[in-house]
Design a protein. Sequence first.
Length: 733
Amino acid sequence: MSLKIPSYELVNDNARAYLTEVDYTNDTQYLESFVSNYRINPVTDLTLPLPVTLKWQSTSDYESLKLFVSSDLNFSDAWTYILDPDVDSFDVYNLIPNRYYYWKIEGLNGINETIIEKGNFNTIGSRRLLLIPGEYLGNCRDLGGLPCTGGLIKYGKLIRGGEVLRDDGGPYMKINDAGIYELRERLGVTVELDFGDLWRESPLEGEGFEVYRDHDLYGFYGYDRDPRGLRTTVGRTCLHNCLELVIQKLSENKSIYFHCNSGADRTGTFAFIIEALCGVSDNDKSKDYELTSLWATWYKAPYNRYTNYFNRYRNSPAEGNCGYNTMIEYINSLFSGETLNDKIYDMCTKSIADGGLGITVESIDLLRTLLVDNKVIIQAKNYTREYGDANPTFEYTSEGAALVGTPEITCEATESSPVGTYDIVVKQGSVTNYNVTYVAGTLTITKAPLTIAAGTYTKKQGEEMPEFTLTYDGFKNDETKDVLTKQPGTSCQATIASAPGEYPVTVSGAESQNYEISYTNGKLVVTEADPVTITAKNYTREYGDANPTFEYTSEGAALVGTPEITCEATESSPVGTYDIVVKQGSVTNYNVTYVAGTLTVTKAPLTISAGTYTKKQGEAMPEFTLTYEGFKNDEDESVLIKVPTVTTSATEESEPGEYDVLVSGGEAQNYELSYINGKLTVQEDTGISDIVKPMGSFDVYSINGLLVRKDATSLKGLPKGLYVVNRKVINLQ
């Protein structure tokens, strides 16, 4: 943020109000006057300017202080003031209004100079009122700044005022050494043109001034009451000489202070003619004449100071002094032209013999050239740059009068100034033209391009998503992403589990005051995860057994998690091979190959035993019953595909002894059959055979006498018990 440059009004409130509020344009009969409305009580000199008060930090570290005030940044034309070391402010007078000034205060110790403080300011004002140091000086002002044909009257060329005298005990204005210095060194005056009384000597003689005093100059004092005024040859010759003298001195680049006693009538009339020849409006000529009415005078008996205001009104007829409207009437009655200025031009160019002033057209043109500061417009060019760039070299264009000097162009924008528009301020610089209009240009700061790129990222399938770090290309002023009003976001369709491939990484959403953001999307390359092979181990078990605890082996990348292993085989699953299926379970690896194992269900061992049998020779063969050992799942011989058979070589009549009972021929899907042969022991007959054998055939009775079997040849097949054969009791066991 730039500091506001202070501005100082140079015209006091009453004079400023009079100059800006009053407009006599439509009063062509000179019937009105309003200047007295702007006086105040007590009587105060309202022709004095306001100062520019400069302040700084007081110090007593120096022998003295030196103040510099200049319209040039390099202080090439500086006004200087030597001040006491304990002073902390100073009033600067007589600056040109509507200008940009620089100032600095230096501390002096011997030859050493130290800048204590510096600054700048603007001046404001419609006229350049002047304060010449001395006693009771007033009614001094510069004709410069008055609008005229083609521009403004130049400042510092013609200064009007009252008499300048040393202290003579009289009531008149007095000047001192400081006033002489102010006139010569600061205001640049080197010529005094005195219309006053001849008996007074000028204090400016011998002080570097050319002083012109001639009784003829006193001759145009009045118009209607004095024969030496415009109506007389002597008076017109006087005016002719004065005008030619002014033109000559201006052509020598000299500045002139012209005055009479009070700076009212003679001085006002001469200023009126000069202003008219330059094209100053009737309204402004009237108000310049009437400004004297704001001056407080003192020389009324017995010389009481500041007891009354001077009365010089545009609508006053001659009453002891020449009247302004009387002079206008005289000029209107004798000379030709559409406007009052045209008529004054006609008066000046006519010969003295014909009632004019005998000034040539060439001299008037030269006067205008020397006095009129033709209008020049200095326009700062417009520029556009990006945020963060250095300001371009500011240039300007000028139109109108020839530009003398170089303007200063400034802009408060810096490389770090945000986007927006900034005034390119064009100021006086070394320009010496006075009628200058400065037109600011515009610096438009646009957003700087900023590219936000997502880059390329790689991860393996199954790995965590990477952090998408962004790169920035285009930041200015060593800035970082922290200056963004909204940070960018990234998005990607890929997830941890996404299959190998390329996925776009999209950048969006950033906002910034000073950057025009573009995006370069990146990509995420998902590669295959490190392979891992999980292999279920193979197992073998017998039919009917419970499945073992299935285990696995892994090969390759480190396995994260535990696979799930299943097998459809149960205890009742028939003999055969079954896949031991290995599945993901809690495994988080992605590039996983699952290899099934095999569960081989083998036949369970089934032992079939024939058992041990005993019979006696001759008895019927026993029934061979088999026993089974090894059935699973509560099964029995019904599950056999083929029931085994039992054979023996023994018969009913086989001799006593042991005979193998052979088991064979069984078949089963789920059992591995093994046989344990039995034995049949044939014992000798215990007596029954002795009884029944010789008989051949015989009848068998129960113990109760009932016929059990007729014509039997053996007892085979009979239940155990007591029987009667051939009247003998046989106990069949």
